[in-house]
Write a protein that binds this ligand. Structure first.
Ligand SMILES: [Fe+2]
Ligand SMILES: [Fe+2]
Length: 180
């Protein structure tokens, strides 16, 4: 395979994965691009997990829960969009054919528990990627990742709030507040 020399650190990458922007070769750290693709796989899984949970809640008549799950699903799609854009900008190839693990809960408490676990894993993964982006000196990617991390923090906060309400008011009373 043809190789091309990178400008910043002298390492070689396949020429076919390099992108030219206005005649200038854009290149990103291969480890960082790989990490962004792993984050992308988890975002693609999260979109699906949330949208299935949203539609299950709709089916049960819990309109408020449906809204929340759907809103988070759309936000995960925005994250995937940002990651794809950034991978392309860095000269990598976004991988959209591999999905992370999806866990579908058969009732509302299980849905919330699986979503909490996914958000906790996402927060850990974004924190690691932020450190890596800093190490390779890619502060623009780091800023994008910090923005996404803040959204994931918000998602976890929302899910913890729901779990606390279930614990405090019992499941049946909680569910009666979600009809609509
Ligand atoms: Fe996300
Ligand atoms: Fe999230």
């Amino acid at each position: 395979m043809d190789k091309v020399e990178l400008h910043n650190n002298g390492t070689m990458i396949p020429v076919e994965s390099a992108l030219y922007k206005g005649g200038i070769l854009m290149n990103g750290d291969p480890k960082l691009i790989e990490k962004l693709n792993k984050l992308l796989a988890d975002e693609l899984a999260a979109i699906n997990q949330y949208i299935v949970h949203a539609e299950m809640c709709e089916d049960w008549g819990y309109g408020k829960l449906h809204e929340g799950f759907e809103k988070r699903s759309i936000q995960e799609m925005r994250h995937a969009e940002k990651l794809i854009g950034r991978i392309l900008f860095l000269g990598g190839r976004p991988i959209v054919t591999s999905l992370g693990q999806i866990h579908i809960g058969e009732d509302v408490p299980k849905q919330i528990a699986y979503d909490r676990a996914a958000e906790e894993a996402a927060i850990k993964a974004y924190n690691e990627a932020i450190v890596l982006a800093g190490e390779v000196g890619d502060h623009a990617t780091r800023d994008i990742l910090i923005g996404i991390l803040n959204d994931e923090d918000g998602h976890l906060d929302e899910l913890e709030e729901l779990a606390d309400q279930i614990e405090q008011m019992s499941l049946s009373i909680f569910l009666s507040t979600q009809v609509g």
